[in-house]
Design a protein around this ligand. Sequence first.
Ligand SMILES: Nc1ncnc2c1ncn2[C@@H]1O[C@H](COP(=O)(O)OP(=O)(O)OP(=O)(O)O)[C@@H](O)[C@H]1O
Ligand SMILES: [Mg+2]
Length: 249
Amino acid sequence: MSQVPLLSVHNLTAGYGRVDVLHEVSLDIQEGEIVALLGANGAGKTTLLRAISGLLAPKSGSVRLRGEEVGHLGAERLVERGIVHVPEHRQVFGTLTVRDNLLLGTYAFRRMSKRQRLERLEEVYTLFPLLKERQRQLGGTLSGGQQQMLAIGRAMMAKPAVLLLDEPSLGLSPLMVREVLELVRRLRDEWGTTVLLVEQNVRGALRIADRAYVLQTGRVVLHGRAEELAGDPSVQESYLGKHSSAAVR
Ligand SMILES: Nc1ncnc2c1ncn2[C@@H]1O[C@H](COP(=O)(O)OP(=O)(O)OP(=O)(O)O)[C@@H](O)[C@H]1O
Ligand SMILES: [Mg+2]
């Protein structure tokens, strides 16, 4: 394939203070793909999402969006360019209504008119009818699964080209896990959103992903088609740790 990837990370090194957590990480994501990012606790998955979305400045290496270097831009400008990150633990604003939480998703678009924001809100409500029903409810009073939907809905208010999702199924019931993963697939199928998905639920992630990368202590140790990795028992045993291997069965 000679197509320019939508998102391309090349030899990225990043960390905290003097400690490097990521060591020359490279990955490519084509437009319209769902790519899973797997790895045991502490492997560097969240750090990689933070470096891609501009929350953490890379020490070296590059992040390119449609071939253009964006690694120096910082989070707010990257939202405008189309890279939007839904962090671990959701970070819904508990004392704001569902509707106001969603409208915050357009904060980076300074020139967007009120009318455009409200139109965007209606579009997002078509994806999340439940959020529309509960638009006047305070964010903090939603269930865990509903808060996860709200966090993803807020990200969709920016119409991202690339959505970075950090463990959206964390702490949810099996039924909600399935619903959230199904939603991720719809975001791709119906809105064409490209997704980089961090998950501890390896089986669920590989079911909806096209491809996957496995991180181990800050390095990519394996990547391939999702169905190949799903069918390879050594993947779980060697790279994903006990916790994840239990989730695969
Ligand atoms: N703000 C920080 N300051 C210093 N070290 C950090 C910071 N955040 C993470 N780390 C360290 O970086 C390493 C990678 O952490 P990271 O959160 O990226 O892992 P992860 O793969 O997302 O793990 P998990 O599956 O538990 O979420 C860990 O050793 C962690 O202790
Ligand atoms: Mg993490």
